[in-house]
Design a protein. Structure first.
Ligand code: PMP
Length: 598
């Protein structure tokens, strides 16, 4: 124990908060009011006061209290919670409480034992004390450092401890994971999908890195929700400062929702814009569709085949993904994916040839009596396998829909906030402004937030026929997060980074493709890259199983990528926007090894 204290605890004490501490905060030094024993009237015995880590006072008090408790761990937690309620503790301090309590109790036993052996006065009370403390000490040792740390963190609402590399052994982590998987299956249902053959238990994120429960770092090349990087300090500060001040709904006037809406609206230059705030991408596409229907007076819509736009009842019809065409509701028509790698049209005239399918869909919707109220398209085409769309295609389709009386709903849940590099919104990259823009995922860097940006006329058509209100939508904390994301995008010039690093990444991937025939195609734009794996470049036979293997192997090498496309053979690389060329190098090296091992 002394070794552990000297090696692992003492070196950390210097970095904690120090102040004058009482240094003997035991219950014998507390006075209570004569007429109310629950009321602390004073503290005595300042003779031991020293300048020391603040947390020592907590540990000393906990050490005293826990000796008399049947459940010493609960007693320690209660003392820490009480202190934290007045003077908030820090995670680093909380993590040391167990060792400091042990050190305190051990010192008491040693000092008393020494005094018993070298008496200068009565020793009976010392003997009683030692006899009483030993069992308490044994109970504390039996509880163990990890258990007490986890209980303390839980009681004080700190997230689980993130160990340094090698601090937790793999077998221990595996046992914890198995237990959690079992509870998860029982409580959340067995079908809640997890990534990887051997799922990951993540405990911390920072920038482009995620850390698992053993402290292992993984380069995150998959997650687009932490748009400006995991746990970005500016977003963190904005959220916590706002929550400390106010978090209500839009039923009250408050400045930051107006400021935030103003900033979002200013990203459009084609006329005035208004915002409706919701809580997710699905809600954003759902409200977008309701707006389009009410504005156009038509009830049919066009989507690209195998699209995904969300999970509400109405939007489920817009998300057929793998559903056969026959099972798609009649008011929805799908048009062929403008895929220049696998599709029927790959030449210079591909845009017009693919767009012509919209004529068929419009005619069908008109003939069926629905008419076309909207076309909804994910501007980045991520969910379609990160395809390279022929230039001009989107504008041709949108023009046809507009001519038939419908509007364009740009689903920017994937593409928005500069993901595609050259513009803030994906539709702008295609040279089209959308009447309705649906936002989600990256908008709040992980905080639940969604938005619809539209024209005042469309909003008027919507609100004329329905009163709309979302309890959480546009709450001050969500707006603080959204606004902080916009700050970071500007301050760290993330659009330019998406262009440069994205291009650098694809160059590296294309170089790999020259050495590995398994890589059939490398695509993407801005900070999105798709790598299509094929068994044979001539036949383009999809390498579905190999894609799974590569993804799992890359995880073992510390890199997280995903899988996309109807054939399940496209690597989805869509990292936080703060991904840098050295991260790209790391990813490419891992992919090189993973593909070589197939
Ligand atoms: N639209 C697109 C293009 C998406 O990719 C998603 C989510 N994958 C959604 C909408 C739905 O967003 P959410 O999961 O936040 O409801």
């Amino acid at each position: 124990m002394i070794d552990h204290f000297a090696d692992r605890v003492l070196p950390l004490l210097g970095d904690l908060r120090w102040q004058i501490i009482h240094n003997d905060t035991n219950s014998s030094n507390v006075l209570v009011a004569e007429d109310d024993p629950e009321l602390i009237a004073g503290i005595i015995d300042y003779g031991d006061m020293i300048h020391a880590p603040l947390i020592s006072d907590v540990a000393i008090a906990a050490a005293g209290i826990c000796q008399h408790a049947d459940d010493p761990v609960s007693a320690i937690c209660e003392v820490a919670k009480g202190f934290d309620g007045v003077t908030p503790l820090e995670a680093e301090e909380v993590d040391l409480i167990y060792d400091l309590v042990i050190a305190r109790v051990a010192s008491e036993i040693l000092i008393c034992t020494w005094r018993i052996a070298n008496p200068t006065g009565p020793i009976e009370y010392l003997k009683d004390f030692v006899a009483q403390v030993w069992p308490a000490f044994d109970r504390l040792l039996a509880a163990g450092r990890e258990t007490v740390r986890a209980r303390l963190r839980g009681a004080l609402k700190f997230p689980p401890f993130c160990p340094g590399p090698g601090e937790i052994d793999q077998a221990e982590a595996d046992t914890v994971l198995e237990e959690m998987l079992e509870r998860r299956r029982a409580l959340l249902g067995p079908k809640l999908y997890l990534f990887y053959d051997r799922p990951l238990h993540m405990v911390r994120g920072e920038g482009v890195w995620l850390y698992d429960a053993t402290g292992r770092a993984y380069l995150d090349a998959y997650n687009n929700v932490p748009h400006v990087g995991h746990s970005h300090p500016h977003v963190l500060r904005s959220i916590t400062r706002q929550y400390a001040a106010l978090c209500t709904s839009t039923r009250y006037v408050y400045g930051n929702i107006i400021d935030y809406a103003e900033r979002l609206a200013a990203t459009f230059t084609d006329g005035p814009r208004v915002c409706v705030f919701v809580n997710s991408g699905s809600e954003a596409t759902d409200i977008s569709w309701r707006m389009a229907k009410m504005h156009s007076g038509k009830s049919g819509a066009i989507i690209i085949e195998k699209a995904y736009h969300g999970g509400t009842d109405a939007i489920d019809a817009f998300s057929p993904t793998d559903r056969p065409v026959g099972e798609i509701p009649a008011h929805i028509r799908t048009i062929v994916t403008p895929d220049t790698y696998r599709g029927a049209f790959r030449g210079n005239d591909a845009a017009a040839l693919y767009a012509a399918d919209a004529d068929r869909a419009i005619a069908e919707l008109d003939a069926a009596g629905y008419g076309v109220g909207a076309v909804m398209i994910d501007s980045s085409f991520v969910n379609h396998g990160i395809i390279d769309v022929p230039a001009g295609y989107l504008k041709l389709v949108v023009d046809k829909v507009r001519a038939a009386g419908g509007v364009f709903i740009a689903d920017e849940v994937q593409a928005g906030f500069g993901r595609m590099g050259s513009h803030m919104w994906g539709c702008q990259v295609h040279g089209v402004e959308a009447e309705i823009v649906a936002l989600g995922k990256p908008i709040g860097n992980g905080l639940a937030l969604g938005a619809i940006i539209t024209t005042p006329e469309i909003l008027a058509s919507f609100t004329e026929k329905t009163g709309y209100f979302s309890t959480f939508g546009g709450n001050p904390v969500a707006c603080a997060a959204g606004s902080a994301v916009l700050d970071v995008i500007e301050d760290e010039q993330l659009l330019a980074n998406a262009m440069e690093t994205g291009e650098y990444l694809r160059r590296g991937l294309r170089a790999l493709a020259q050495r590995h025939p398994l890589i059939g195609d490398v695509r993407g734009i801005g900070m999105i890259a798709g790598v299509e794996l094929v068994r044979d470049r001539a036949t383009q036979e999809p390498a579905k199983q190999e894609t799974k293997q590569v993804i799992n192997a890359m995880k073992e090498k510390g890199v997280l990528v995903g899988r996309e496309g109807g054939l399940g053979n496209v690597l989805k690389i869509r990292p936080p926007m703060v991904f840098k060329p050295d991260n790209a190098d790391f990813l490419i090296a891992a992919l090189d090894e993973a593909v070589a091992a197939i």
